[in-house]
Ligand binder design. Structure first.
Ligand code: AMP
Length: 616
């Protein structure tokens, strides 16, 4: 896709649970509100008999339509269906996920009476489209350029898949930025002491589905990530799951009924649990009330903060593990940290804060930036800088902004006996290019097969295969003589290209890690873009129909009212009554008519009505 730098550029925090969009306006960052006036929008899409719903509207109808309401697409993006974390997530979701081609998970829903299958990228693209629409409505102009954030700990395939989601949504992705880095920009922006002296900052980001820890050195506008660690499958939703399990057991004990396979009941219980969890961040006890939860039984219970903490003890401790790893990787001791910055909705949980504070020997945590908005805020600043549309004052502050990110996982190739040979160690600053010379194992070997992996384990079997390719046409020679240069190149989005070259023939093969890992091909993306446009057109038509129908109904209603109030001559009265009757009959029979048909009917009534009322 061509990168055009026209128009504003937005920053989108594409979250597991909620998403947020921001833009730089004048000399400040605006967090853009959605149609409900809220600054974050649920990352939720629902499919119904008649339409697709997004955000708040989708979330609100979830209890009635659980199997066709999709959340957590971010937990599936770039993952394999057979991955144990995917298998465990599926158990908690009311919607169906099946194995698609190349072991890719596919979400299955009923939409407009048909069974539809979507990749996680497509669902994410729908969320991105919604965020884009929110921005366009606010700015009053088309928006195509965006910076999208991803967890720092996302691997290559998760990043690729997020980029694909952006492309399907018709966005020019200026950059994929790591969430903690974006949060650090929000933290550092406009803070005078950050521009004056060097600061070592640890960003602790605990959201709905991921925990992400990054250690950055901020020095005169330079944001240098020293190390990053985390877990792409640990967050608020896991805490909700524990509470749901707890109440499922309680319900079983109290009523001898098992609700664990009733999705509607589980969805309603989950909503109540999430709300209780949030209350427990400020209160010591929270109530759970779900009317008619199962077989006509109302469920009322309560949970204390202590119980909630006990249920999640191991998970909360697991959230702190990446902090130690990150400090160790960066070779920084805890005393050297100037600020521990909290980001993400789940960072509000008091027990998590306590564990973190204990880890830093009682150090006060920094709660200065908004945990739900900071990432989009930082992304918007970066977008404005990359797009060159920041105003002078912002530009002045941003022109020194240099982001140095790192690669979260080690990257390498398989050598003999399935051993992992690391070419780019984890936490290497990106963009980067690293080369390594290899040779052949056999005499007269003319082809080598290159298998690219990511991960920290010594055996490739335990790591993640990103892709493989062959270099053929190697000049025949005794083993050990040919020189094959393998080159790993990672761009600023953290996306990897690997090439191999036989130096004697200069024959070169290259892959940007793509299809082996189940990434979408260009053809598939183009097809999905067309589908997305078609869906959008359908949605627009649906809305136009509803609006046109409403306008017609309303007009008939107003005419009826006027008949009571206004004293029309009998001749006109009969004419109007007839027209009203005919229009009502037409409406009854043509509920699904084209929007233009409703508009025509309205015009007909107006043509009759307007001259009469002018006279009357
Ligand atoms: P994020 O991914 O940053 O939008 O965070 C969303 C997660 O934060 C969800 O799991 C929410 O339930 C959780 N969350 C939001 N507010 C609170 C709160 N006050 N206490 C505990 N968890 C919260």
């Amino acid at each position: 896709m061509d990168i055009t730098r026209e128009g504003p550029a937005i920053g989108i925090d594409l979250g597991t649970t909620n998403s947020c969009v921001a833009v730089v306006e004048g000399n400040q960052v605006t967090i853009i509100h959605n149609d409900q006036g809220k600054f974050t929008t649920p990352s939720c899409i629902a499919f119904t008999e008649s339409e697709r719903l997004f955000g708040e509207a989708a979330k609100n109808q979830a209890p009635r339509n659980p199997t066709n309401t999709i959340t957590d697409a971010k937990r599936l993006i770039g993952m394999r269906f057979s991955d144990p974390t995917v298998q465990s997530d599926i158990k908690f979701w009311p919607f169906r996920v099946v194995a698609g081609p190349k072991d890719r998970p596919m979400i299955t829903v009923q939409y407009q009476g048909r069974e539809m299958h979507y990749f996680a990228e497509e669902i994410s693209s729908m969320i991105l489209m919604k965020m884009r629409q929110i921005a366009e409505e606010y700015l009053g102009c088309p928006v195509t350029n965006a910076v999208i954030t991803v967890p720092a700990y996302f691997n290559d395939s998760q990043r690729q898949a997020t980029k694909d989601a952006g492309a399907i949504a018709g966005l020019n992705i200026l950059r994929l930025t790591n969430e903690p880095t974006a949060a650090a920009i929000a933290y550092g922006f406009g803070q005078n002491d950050c521009s004056r002296r060097m600061k070592t900052v640890l960003v602790f980001d605990l959201g709905g589905g991921t925990v992400d820890v990054s250690l950055l050195i901020i020095n005169k506008g330079r944001f240098e990530v020293k190390a990053t660690a985390g877990d792409t499958h640990l967050g608020g939703e896991d805490f909700d799951n524990r509470m749901v399990d707890y109440f499922v057991e309680e319900f079983k004990m109290k009523h001898r009924l098992d609700i664990s396979s009733n999705f509607r009941a589980l969805r309603r219980l989950r909503t109540a649990c999430e709300s209780a969890k949030c209350s427990l961040s400020t209160a010591f006890e929270a109530q759970i009330h779900v009317d008619v939860l199962y077989e006509g039984i109302d469920f009322h219970s309560k949970i204390s903060r202590v119980k909630f903490e006990e249920l999640n003890k191991d998970l909360f401790e697991k959230c702190i593990d990446p902090v130690g790893i990150c400090l160790k990787d960066a070779n920084v001791d805890k005393e050297s940290i100037d600020d521990v910055v909290l980001v993400g909705g789940s960072s509000r949980i008091p027990k998590v804060q306590m564990l973190l504070q204990d880890f830093f020997n009682g150090k006060e945590l920094c709660k200065r930036i908004h945990p739900d908005e900071a990432i989009a805020y930082g992304a918007a600043l970066e977008a404005a800088k990359l797009n060159g549309n920041a105003c002078d004052q912002v530009w002045e502050k941003m022109q020194d902004l240099v982001l140095v990110d790192v690669t979260p996982l080690s990257l390498g190739v398989q050598v003999e006996d399935g051993e992992m040979f690391v070419i780019v160690p984890r936490n290497t600053p990106i963009p980067t290019k690293k080369e390594k010379a290899f040779t052949t194992y056999h005499d007269n070997q003319t082809t080598v097969s290159i298998k690219v992996y990511e991960g920290e384990r010594p055996a490739t079997f335990d790591n993640n295969l990103l892709g493989q390719f062959k270099l053929s046409g190697i000049r025949r020679a005794p083993r050990g003589i040919p020189r094959i240069i393998e080159c790993f190149e990672i761009d600023e989005n953290g996306i990897l290209t690997v090439s191999a070259e036989d130096t004697s023939t200069q024959h070169k093969e290259k892959i940007t890690i793509t299809n082996d890992k189940g990434r979408l091909s260009k053809k598939e993306i183009d097809k999905m873009m067309r589908e997305a446009e078609k869906h959008k057109a359908e949605d627009d038509k649906y809305r136009r129909r509803i609006k046109a129908k409403y306008q017609l109904e309303n007009y008939i209603y107003e005419m009826n009212n006027a008949m009571v109030r206004v004293n029309f001559p009998p001749k006109d009265r009969t004419k109007i009554e007839d027209a009203i009757k005919r229009a009502m009959r037409w409406l009854e029979r043509n509920q699904q008519a084209e929007p233009s048909a409703f508009e025509r009917k309205l015009k007909e009534l107006e043509t009759l009505w307007n001259p009469l009322t002018l006279v009357g």
